[in-house]
Design a protein around this ligand. Structure first.
Ligand code: ZN
Length: 79
């Protein structure tokens, strides 16, 4: 069970993945460097090192569902 502080909502628009705002710098509507193929890989257990393009903050994604990224560290501490 992943703690709530480790989750962050994302949206899919066509083939692109966005967050409404960045958990680290609060930039709006950030396009994530994430591919559809990688979503499947993460779901099957592969970790994904994500770098936010807005502020180069890093996140290790350990799981993902249709609405939320699950990270291995807190992402809700920063606001
Ligand atoms: Zn940012």
């Amino acid at each position: 069970m992943v703690p709530f502080e480790n989750t962050w909502p994302y949206e899919r628009i066509m083939k692109d993945f966005y967050v409404d705002h960045c958990p680290f710098c609060d930039a709006n509507h950030v396009l994530l460097p994430l591919k559809q193929r990688e979503i499947g890989e993460i779901k099957s257990g592969k970790k994904k090192h994500l770098v936010f393009p807005c502020c180069y903050s890093k996140l290790q994604i350990i799981d993902i569902d249709d609405d939320y990224i699950l990270a291995d560290s807190k992402v809700r501490n920063y606001l």
